[in-house]
Design a binder for this molecule. Structure first.
Ligand code: 5GP
Length: 174
């Protein structure tokens, strides 16, 4: 569809509260909220406040278009958060939208891999590690997504205009 899904600031506020309500109703409360930057920063902050969760982290993921421009894959960019505190924790990963779902799938794999016994210490010794109990929340999910988020506010196949990115960066003039 050529139509666009417009999300306003006030409606986004309702979306964040509703996502938090879904989490609370599920009986699972996160110890830590991780934002997928940049798109998930605003949603993650709003959901964390709505849940009363103070601990937060950020993973910066972008679609890197390399030489093979027809095969864009999401990559994790610096700065990297300290993931050593993740094993044994309940982690809620928040993003704006799961479109192809590749970004969210990458982040969930990365976070869950921090709880695998395959992790080795500085001397290359396999460490006994606790699992990372990770779940995901998105404001929007698209039908083609390769990953099913645990908490979804709304589903659409349209291009979404988010309130934080629907206008160009400010300049000195405007
Ligand atoms: P993915 O295809 O990996 O699920 O989406 C990666 C990122 O692309 C999303 O986190 C989001 O920032 C951006 N994106 C995907 N679909 C949309 C959309 O409909 N509207 C906007 N504004 N960004 C999108």
């Amino acid at each position: 569809s050529d139509e666009r899904e417009m999300l306003g600031w006030a409606e986004f506020g309702e979306a964040a509260r509703e996502l938090a309500r879904q989490v609370v109703r599920s009986g699972w409360m996160p110890d830590l909220v991780i934002a997928v930057a940049r798109g998930g920063l605003v949603p993650a902050g709003a959901v964390a406040y709505a849940l009363g969760t103070k601990a937060m982290g950020t993973l910066n993921v972008e679609f890197y278009t390399g030489v093979a421009e027809t095969l864009p894959e999401p990559v994790v960019l610096p700065p990297l958060m300290d993931t050593s505190e993740l094993p044994g924790r309940k982690v809620l990963v928040v993003d704006d939208v799961a479109d192809s779902g590749k970004t969210l799938a990458l982040v969930m794999d990365l976070i869950r891999s921090k709880g695998l016994p395959a992790d080795v210490d500085a001397d290359g010794v396999a460490q006994e590690t606790l699992a990372v109990d990770a779940r995901s929340a998105v404001v929007y999910a698209k039908p083609r997504s390769i990953i099913d988020a645990d908490y979804v506010w709304r589903r659409t196949d349209r291009w979404i205009m988010f309130p934080w990115s629907s206008q160009p960066p400010v300049t000195e003039e405007v």
